[in-house]
Design a binder for this molecule. Structure first.
Ligand SMILES: Cc1cc2nc3c(=O)[nH]c(=O)nc-3n(C[C@H](O)[C@H](O)[C@H](O)COP(=O)(O)O)c2cc1C
Length: 251
């Protein structure tokens, strides 16, 4: 059976995981909550966003825990430029002793809008979402055909930015705060994959274990989550995913 493991802050990776399941079958598992038996799967597919030309921390760490001979395909999606993310993921899988077959990258709407702004966000995103079914279909056919592609290792200092950013991500949580618009509904606490958000003295408090997924920032129903004191003027969530499916397994 295929084990389709995903990590996602704003739904793009879950949407891709669902397309893969619809064509190839298998179980969709949410990486931050998973503690099952990997031997249940004879093929593994990891679906996740590109973070700083590399892997989100929960995915990076998940891969280090896997003990399996099952073949692995990785499907990464990015908002602007994937850089050396495919090579990074391929060689991280190798270092973890995993049987990596191929890494794919495809473009989806940007969600790191707290830091990078995308001009004409809505029409631009609509265009990307329109192209996405064809792009993932090609990847699915390649996985179905069990295609392999060896990627050369990057030069030693190429992943410096990733390593620097990865070590600072936890602290990025401290740049978030909640505005007066916050109703204390608790959604950000529930959606945070790192349990980094709590209520202290009647206010939302952000700790230093952030995994920078942007779920709180984009999915707050009151747009009350601020980044460096500024509100989110362009909330994004993949419109083709029912939001209640986020963070769940689909079996
Ligand atoms: C912390 C962080 C770092 C990111 N780094 C990159 C990057 O290096 N290159 C890029 O093109 N997109 C980058 N993105 C954008 C995401 O990869 C992209 O929007 C992805 O589709 C989000 O997937 P999701 O909706 O499943 O979370 C980054 C996003 C975040 C939150």
């Amino acid at each position: 059976m295929n084990g389709i493991f995903y990590f996602s802050g704003t739904g793009n990776s879950l949407w891709l995981a669902k397309q893969i399941k619809a064509e190839l079958g298998g179980e969709i598992r949410y990486i931050p909550k998973w503690n099952g038996d990997i031997s249940a799967y004879d093929k593994l597919i990891i679906v996740c966003p590109v973070y700083s030309f590399g892997l989100p921390l929960p995915v990076f760490e998940f891969m280090t825990t896997l003990k399996t001979d099952a073949p692995l395909w990785i499907v990464m999606n990015y908002g602007g430029a994937a850089g050396s993310a495919a090579k990074f993921a391929y060689h991280h899988a190798k270092k973890c002793g995993l049987c990596i077959k191929r890494v794919y990258t495809m473009k989806m709407p940007e969600n790191f809008t707290a830091v990078f702004s995308t001009p004409l966000l809505k029409p631009y995103n609509d265009g990307l979402l329109k192209k996405a079914p064809k792009a993932i279909e090609k990847i699915i056919t390649s996985i179905k055909n069990e295609e392999e592609k060896v990627l050369p290792a990057e030069k030693s200092n190429k992943h410096k930015l990733y390593n620097e950013n990865k070590s600072n991500w936890g602290k990025m949580g401290e740049r978030f705060s909640a505005s007066e618009a916050c109703t204390l509904c608790g959604k950000c606490l529930r959606e945070c994959p790192a349990e980094n958000i709590s209520i202290k003295d009647g206010r939302i408090s952000f700790g230093s274990n952030c995994v920078v997924c942007q779920a709180c920032y984009h999915r707050c129903p009151s747009q009350a989550v601020l980044y460096q004191g500024k509100p989110n003027k362009m909330p994004y969530f993949n419109p083709n995913v029912p939001e209640h499916e986020m963070g769940t397994d689909i079996t």
